[in-house]
Design a protein around this ligand. Structure first.
Ligand SMILES: Cc1ncc(COP(=O)(O)O)c(C=O)c1O
Ligand SMILES: Nc1ccccc1C(=O)C[C@H](N)C(=O)O
Length: 426
């Protein structure tokens, strides 16, 4: 048997031993498709579909009464989802609420926690974070009358892929009021040491926020114990809530009880909200950081989806995800040697998230060639192919197939018939 046949055999054996394998049947995907893009948009599960349909039924049968009656009362849905999400991030249920999007939640929490005072007026972030977070930071600085050129410090990267925690810590000086970082970097998949960074920042009196977009649902967190001040995330990636699915936020217990920077009537204590008083009495939970009416139809699928996480267990998901990405990297090294690929994510388990980051000069058109073969990766400019074998619905055999198709594309140079440019949505 040649090496690729040995690898196929290994994939089949790993699938046979896999205790999470049965979850794959719960997700919708074309028979021919090998979906590697669950880190951008997760797949629809039957359970998410069911809980969305339940909310439609509640609307159909209860109309306005659906806020309190019906199977999934809308008035409490964001809190219920917060409670279901808490175990995925190591939080108490009061510390979590399902609301907004990453960017709007970030605005809310910056409006609440960024309080420039005296010399402490700067925000520390990095040069590799997703642009939306940086736009939010700059606009919040401007709202305070501060010039981002001077007040936003962005930690540089030596290799353009990863960040060095010690360099970040060196930049935590007494001028810094707030630190915002991604837990996992969206391009390279590097997982930062949240605990170490939080401890170091707190020693300098810096408020710490994390963007969990690329880690929630992929790996466990201990936000309460690590004393992270706040966190934001989306639910449409690893949590499979659907396009535009409502996001979430975490505020540490020690900050609960304070008024939200951006208030609205859904920031209210639930029993007080309909008093319609013009003085806000904020919820004593993370619910206080909601603003307006919750987007029920974009929240309901998450109920079903999170039930799958409750059953599967985030520790088991992480274990499988690490084994799958390891298997994928091993195959890439074995089968794609000499074709010009670089594995850009860190190799140690404790420094990587749920996707493999492959760099290639022809990445944009290699992605197009993969899509022609019904393999869905994503491309991130200028040269990254992201491949995310999602533990809940990708098998080891799927991973084997993806790498073998990639090999064929490179051998036949079939990518050359495409332009090496990104599409409108990369
Ligand atoms: C790290 C990160 N932050 C922020 C965003 C933007 O989030 P949203 O559009 O939900 O505000 C994304 C992806 O869309 C992301 O990957
Ligand atoms: N929200 C989206 C809407 C349309 C297309 C992609 C996205 C993404 O989420 C991209 C993702 N944040 C990324 O890591 O690149």
């Amino acid at each position: 048997m040649d090496n690729s046949n040995i690898a196929r055999q290994e994939a089949i054996e790993l699938d046979n031993q896999d205790k999470l394998a049965h979850f794959k049947q719960e997700f919708y995907i074309g028979d021919e498709t090998l979906y590697m893009d669950g880190n951008s948009l997760g797949l629809l599960s039957k359970r998410a579909e069911e809980t969305l349909l339940t909310s439609l039924e509640d609307w159909k049968h209860h109309a306005i009464e659906g806020w309190t009656d019906g199977e999934q009362p809308w008035y409490y849905m964001s809190e219920k989802l917060g409670e279901m999400t808490a175990p995925l991030i190591g939080a108490k249920k009061e510390e979590v609420i399902n609301t907004g999007s990453i960017t709007t939640n970030l605005h809310q929490l910056l409006a609440t926690f960024f309080k420039p005072e005296g010399k402490k007026t700067k925000i520390l972030a990095d040069t590799l974070n997703f642009p939306s977070d940086i736009y939010a930071l700059k606009s919040q600085l401007r709202l305070h009358g501060l010039d981002p050129e001077e007040h936003l410090i962005q930690v540089p990267s030596d290799d353009g892929r990863t960040l060095d925690e010690d360099t970040i810590i060196e930049l935590m000086n007494n001028d810094v009021a707030l630190l915002l970082l991604p837990s996992v970097l969206y391009r390279s998949g590097q997982l930062l040491d949240i605990k170490k960074l939080t401890e170091a920042a707190h020693e300098k009196g810096i408020i710490v926020g994390f963007d969990l977009a690329h880690s929630i649902g992929a790996l466990p967190h201990e936000l309460h114990e690590w004393e992270v001040d706040f966190a934001v995330w989306c639910t449409y990636k690893y949590l499979n809530s659907g396009p535009g699915g409502v996001g979430g936020l975490f505020v540490h217990e020690k900050h609960l009880g304070q008024a939200p920077g951006l208030a609205g009537w859904f920031s209210s204590r639930k029993d007080k909200q309909f008093d319609m008083d013009h003085t806000l009495i904020p919820a004593e939970t993370a619910g206080a950081f909601q603003i307006g009416t919750p987007h029920i139809l974009s929240s309901a699928p998450l109920i079903g989806s999170l039930k799958i996480f409750e059953e599967a267990g985030i520790e088991n998901i992480r274990k499988k995800s690490l084994q799958q990405t390891e298997f994928m990297m091993k195959l890439i090294e074995q089968e794609l040697d000499g074709f010009g690929f670089t594995i850009a994510n860190p190799r140690e388990n404790k420094r990587r998230g749920g996707h493999v980051s492959l760099e290639h000069d022809e990445a944009a058109r290699i992605c197009k060639a993969l899509k022609e073969k019904h393999i869905i990766p994503d491309f991130r400019s200028p040269n990254v192919i992201r491949l995310a074998p999602i533990a809940l619905y990708v098998s080891y055999e799927d991973i084997f197939e993806v790498v073998m198709h990639l090999k064929e594309i490179m051998e036949k140079q079939s990518y050359k018939k495409f332009e090496n440019e990104r599409g409108i949505i990369a």
